[in-house]
Design a protein. Structure first.
Length: 301
């Protein structure tokens, strides 16, 4: 990439989303001029200093053409959610091979106030069994908790691990109170927990609950919380999958043992600073966006 994008103008519609921020960061690193558009103001904590932010509703006629004439971008990325929730859901229904979906979630709370009512209607019509909302970023935890507290939701998906326990403050108690099932994402902190314990043996007391490896240690700590329904470890490695499945066997830790497991982790240097370290340490992934940019750059040469 490098200098080939130094003078490029990039327009990203839906700049408030996580994927849009990653994309914007990639372009700004290569000195491109990035413009981001959203219907509502972006959270100040998620803004990039190098991006030009615009709050604009592109649904009125000619608004998009006016924006293009003003910025004259070389690249356009449309990452905003479809505004017409019913239309979007009908398209999804046509593409799925099941007549009834067990669980449909509003990912990252995108257009949640518009989409949840649609999903609830689908539930009444028998098209889906359960309705849920998700997020994994800490700044959105209060909003996620609010939806659990106020709404009649079946599921909530949240970031929770032995190191990241903020969900215990509002989200998990609200889920218990409302009878909402809880899915957990990022139980391994994107491999950072494994990096922290690399070369370290399991503590002897882990044998009491049948742990054979650190993956089972971390997973059993999470799923033993009374509010947790299911954990999503996420892996593409069959060997890792086998280790993860092992957490389903043997007893789970009680409250006292969970506390002991946490104290052991707190005794390891760097545990309290884990959130400040890069995810997937020692690894790099050529994701879809990065591959797309590389392909465009190579074609322009």
């Amino acid at each position: 990439m490098g200098n080939s994008l130094a003078k490029a103008r990039v327009l990203i519609i839906g700049i408030g989303g996580q994927d849009a921020r990653i994309l914007a960061r990639l372009f700004t690193e290569d000195s491109a001029e990035v413009w981001g558009v959203s219907r509502t103001p972006v959270n100040p904590n998620h803004k990039l200093h190098e991006v030009n932010y615009l709050v604009q509703d592109l649904s009125p006629p000619d608004s998009f053409q006016s924006l293009l004439s003003s910025i004259q971008p070389h690249f356009i990325f449309h990452l905003a959610a479809v505004h017409g929730s019913s239309t979007q859901m009908n398209v999804v229904e046509q593409r799925l091979w099941r007549e009834k979906i067990d669980l449909m979630q509003v990912h990252s709370l995108v257009n949640v106030d518009q989409i949840v009512p649609v999903l609830k209607n689908w539930k009444k019509e028998g098209k889906i069994r359960y309705v849920g909302v998700t997020h994994h970023e800490v700044p959105y935890f209060p909003a996620l908790a609010g939806h659990v507290e106020r709404s009649d939701l079946d599921f909530v998906q949240v970031h929770y691990s032995i190191q990241m326990r903020l969900a215990e403050e509002r989200i998990l108690p609200a889920a218990v109170d409302k009878g909402t099932a809880v899915l957990v994402n990022m139980p391994f902190e994107k491999a950072r927990l494994f990096s922290l314990v690399q070369g370290r043996p399991l503590p002897d007391f882990a044998k009491e609950i049948g742990c054979e490896n650190w993956a089972q240690y971390f997973l059993k700590w999470v799923i033993s919380h009374p509010a947790i329904t299911c954990v999503i470890p996420a892996t593409s490695n069959p060997a890792h999958q086998s280790q993860n499945i092992g957490a389903l066997r043997g007893p789970l830790p009680d409250k006292d043992l969970r506390s002991r497991m946490l104290k052991h982790m707190e005794s390891i240097p760097g545990f309290d600073k884990l959130q400040d370290t890069p995810p997937y340490p020692g690894k790099s992934y050529q994701g879809l966006i990065r591959r797309g940019i590389n392909a465009r750059t190579a074609a322009a040469k």
